[in-house]
Design a protein around this ligand. Structure first.
Ligand code: NAD
Ligand code: ZN
Length: 259
């Protein structure tokens, strides 16, 4: 078990409200590769940088099958994966602390499957679809996961659908951004925790910087430095699996959690 820096342990002893932002690093232990960082798909020479290109809004408009092919591969991975230790521990933390705010950039749905209520999935979920004609949202039909299956259509009107995810270069949906703003800027939790994200997006770094500027505890957990590192008060190097239990145990209201 790693040991907390004393200043952080002291700060956590006074924490009563918590906001957590997760990224692909927390699903690595569940067997899903990250995009970046060690072992990430961007470092796989067979994949090159085509992952991003396949997943842009422009590619989807031009060659929807190409984007669907990539999305369905991600969806098969997500459907086959089981929540890992970080997903379970955060779900247990939310049961103990009902106001705990959890936002994920992951599109694998694993926080919800571990039992976290009310997860803000800011980039959507690959296991959901949205109709381009009538707007109906629905789970991705199980048959679409079979290798070689044709792309799904709307269960309500038969129209064309898109994956219910934010593709690269697309704007973020308004509602999750407003919830992020409400939870982090207006309510200003005592602890903002960034777990397993390469923090390349300003809206992920901003809540941590905001907490730091307000004198709250702000913590990053990642094996590597990220753009969020200068914005947090405490940067912990290592995995979320190793650090999260130690961090939560130092918060009086979250002691003794079982994942
Ligand atoms: P990312 O792949 O860019 O970065 C992952 C980060 O996690 C890296 O900084 C890496 O150093 C760190 N990391 C690796 N193992 C870790 C561990 N065990 N504990 C803690 N940290 C660890 O992922 P991102 O920042 O979430 O962002 C980019 C985009 O990638 C998001 O939009 C997300 O939708 C998408 N994505 C999602 C999944 C998923 O849903 N599981 C997987 C890959 C990418
Ligand atoms: Zn429809």
């Amino acid at each position: 078990m790693p040991t907390l820096p004393p200043a952080l342990a002291a700060a956590l002893a006074g924490v009563r409200s918590v906001a957590v932002i997760t990224g692909a690093g927390v699903s690595k232990a569940a067997g899903l590769p990250t995009y970046r960082g060690e072992g990430g798909v961007y470092e796989d020479p067979r994949e090159g940088d085509r992952t991003i290109e396949d997943l842009t809004g422009a590619t989807f408009r031009r060659e929807p099958d190409r984007t669907w092919d990539r999305i369905l591969r991600l969806a098969r991975g997500a459907a086959a994966a089981r929540p890992g230790p970080v997903h379970h521990l955060l779900a247990a933390a939310a049961r103990r602390m009902p106001g705990l705010f959890l936002l994920t950039q992951n599109v694998d749905g694993l926080h919800g499957r571990a039992g976290s209520p009310d997860v803000v999935e800011i980039h959507g979920n690959v296991l959901r679809i949205r109709c381009l004609r009538c707007g109906h949202g629905a789970p991705l039909p199980a048959q679409a996961l079979a290798v070689g299956a044709s792309r799904p259509s709307c269960p309500a009107c038969g129209g064309p659908v898109r994956p219910d995810v934010v593709l690269f270069e697309e704007p973020l949906p308004r509602e999750p951004l407003l919830r992020l703003q409400a939870a982090l800027v207006e309510q200003s939790p005592d602890l903002v925790l960034l777990l397993g994200t390469s923090a390349l997006f300003p809206y992920i770094v901003a809540p941590a910087r905001h907490a730091t500027l307000r004198g709250k505890a702000s913590v990053e957990v990642n094996p590597d430095p990220t753009p969020a590192t200068p914005a947090v008060r405490h940067a912990l190097r290592g995995t979320a699996e190793a650090w999260l239990p130690v961090l939560l145990e130092a918060v009086p209201a979250l002691q003794g959690l079982r994942a």
